[in-house]
Write a protein that binds this ligand. Structure first.
Ligand SMILES: Nc1ncnc2c1ncn2[C@@H]1O[C@H](COP(=O)(O)OP(=O)(O)OP(=O)(O)O)[C@@H](O)[C@H]1O
Ligand SMILES: [Mg+2]
Length: 317
């Protein structure tokens, strides 16, 4: 069943995450006893799940393989109340998978990724859902092929749609067009900003200004444990770190995006929305799962005054 009102359509990666944690330090070339588990990940999927948990309508446009992983993921999306009308099933490629082999202390020993199926997230696949775009906000991640990202940014610019984008990684952020006009809100970390700008030593404030100058309307530039910068035409503000005891850092950025979007949908200004986002991110790094099952807007509102970092004075952008 589709949620009654889809407020955010999330477009991009949906993957199965498998973690294998070794009982003893890993020995290459032989069999190592592990404990293991499967969960669902992918940036767009995680953002969609967080949005649904925060009580707003979410739908996902992505692709899975015609395999057990893919069917399990579709069932799970339905269970979460996330709209799946825009989901595609590939007959050629397996469901995207990320495998992490961890040392007993949790350090990554080996990562394996099969994301080939995302090549089939084409502009034609987007067009199937285009009729629904006018009444929703869009969120896209840079797991999408470059051609598809270009088509989405063009569409958002031409039809004045609200489009939020996450960079995902330093190689993937370069898939975006140089002209960012049409992107209403751009989430990225400092390394991704430097990669996009081809300016390896740029300071955070200068990077945010440069991204605005390239046409993005608003920027959320994240700085890991040091918080983030928000920037738009009216100024730049820094939001300080939220103290967190890290259990598993996966999913921090995804929960930050979801909470920021849900707060903005409810009419909050960018600075306040992103501050709520840092609380969601801190709660997520403190949880072993990449999306916290107990996340709610009420929980974030309660913790905001207790946990959110200070907002540094706004400066002109
Ligand atoms: N160690 C930490 N303590 C508290 N908050 C953190 C920590 N790490 C990340 N965060 C929160 O998560 C936000 C996003 O993290 P980060 O800047 O590392 O993005 P990222 O590298 O894109 O991460 P991700 O891989 O989750 O997308 C930060 O702005 C901050 O609010
Ligand atoms: Mg990120």
């Amino acid at each position: 069943m589709e949620p009654e009102i889809v407020r955010v359509i999330c477009i991009g990666g949906a993957a199965v995450d498998r973690k294998y944690r070794a009982m003893e330090p890993i020995q290459p070339g032989t069999s190592n006893p592990v404990s293991s588990g499967r969960s669902f990940g992918g940036v767009a999927r995680n953002v969609g799940e967080n949005i649904a948990r925060l009580g707003a309508g979410a739908a996902l446009i992505s692709i899975v393989g015609n395999d057990e992983n893919g069917h399990a993921m579709l069932d799970d999306l339905k269970r979460l109340g996330i709209g799946t009308n825009g989901m595609a099933i590939s007959e050629r490629q397996a469901t995207a998978e990320y495998v992490a082999v961890l040392q007993p202390d949790g350090e990554l020993a080996l990562g394996l990724a099969n994301m080939a199926v995302f090549d089939e997230l084409t502009p034609a696949l987007l067009r199937r859902s285009e009729a629904e775009f006018a009444s929703s906000w869009l969120f896209a991640d840079c797991n999408l092929p470059s051609e598809t990202l270009h088509a989405l940014v063009d569409l958002a610019r031409g039809r004045s749609l609200m489009l939020a984008v996450d960079a995902v990684s330093t190689p993937k952020v370069t898939r975006l067009p140089r002209d960012l006009t049409g992107i209403g809100l751009f989430f990225l970390n400092l390394d991704e900003a430097r990669a996009f700008l081809e300016a390896p030593d740029t300071a955070p404030d200068a990077a945010a200004r440069a991204l605005l100058a390239q046409g993005a309307e608003r920027i959320v530039l994240t700085l890991g444990a040091n918080g983030l910068l928000v920037a738009d035409r009216t100024g730049i503000a820094r939001i300080g770190a939220t103290q967190a005891r890290i259990v598993d850092a996966t999913g921090a950025g995804d929960s930050l995006i979801a909470a920021t979007l849900v707060a903005m949908l409810r009419g909050r200004p960018l600075d306040e929305a992103a501050r709520l986002g840092t609380v969601a991110a801190a709660l997520t790094v403190e949880s072993p799962s990449s999306v916290r099952p107990d996340l709610s807007l009420a929980l974030l509102e309660t913790l905001l005054p207790l946990r959110a970092g200070p907002v540094r004075e706004r400066e002109p952008s």
